[in-house]
Design a binder for this molecule. Structure first.
Ligand code: ZN
Ligand code: ZN
Length: 136
């Protein structure tokens, strides 16, 4: 979802394209805000008054199945979604919930208790207070 995908691209994935779905896809493209389903719904509901929350959620589920969106479990108050699916890390602000991307390779040693596991991914999560919140 980092580069602009065409309708053909989504059709090839077997995604049924509706104007609402397309708007959701466009909203997610190049989006680095890690929106929740509610954020997406609120951003688009004025343009698509008939759009239901379920449409947003179903579309996210399909995109996750296709590997185009990742679900982030780092915000305890709500699920957040990330259209940037290559391995990267995050900072979450404990006050405003802002999630920032951390694009860096952390060298870690696989702990011995996991030696029998097939590790495919790991994530470093920093938490604290963002520049807007730290002095308040
Ligand atoms: Zn903050
Ligand atoms: Zn991210």
């Amino acid at each position: 979802m980092e580069k602009r995908h065409t309708i053909e691209f989504y059709k090839k994935l077997g995604l049924k394209i509706t104007p609402q779905r397309l708007a959701i896809l466009e909203y997610l493209e190049n989006n680095r805000d890690h929106p929740s389903a509610e954020d997406i719904y609120n951003a688009l509901k004025d343009r698509f008054p008939s759009m239901s929350f379920a449409t947003v959620y179903n579309t996210l589920e399909v995109l996750m199945e296709k590997g185009l969106v990742k679900e982030l479990g780092i915000d305890s108050s709500k699920k957040r979604f990330d259209p940037v699916v290559h391995t990267h890390h995050h900072f979450i602000c404990k006050k405003c919930g802002r999630i920032l991307d951390v694009e860096r390779n952390f060298e870690i040693t696989i702990p011995p208790e996991l030696k029998d596991c097939d590790i495919v991914d790991f994530q470093v999560v920093f938490s604290g207070f963002c520049p807007n919140c730290k002095n308040k």
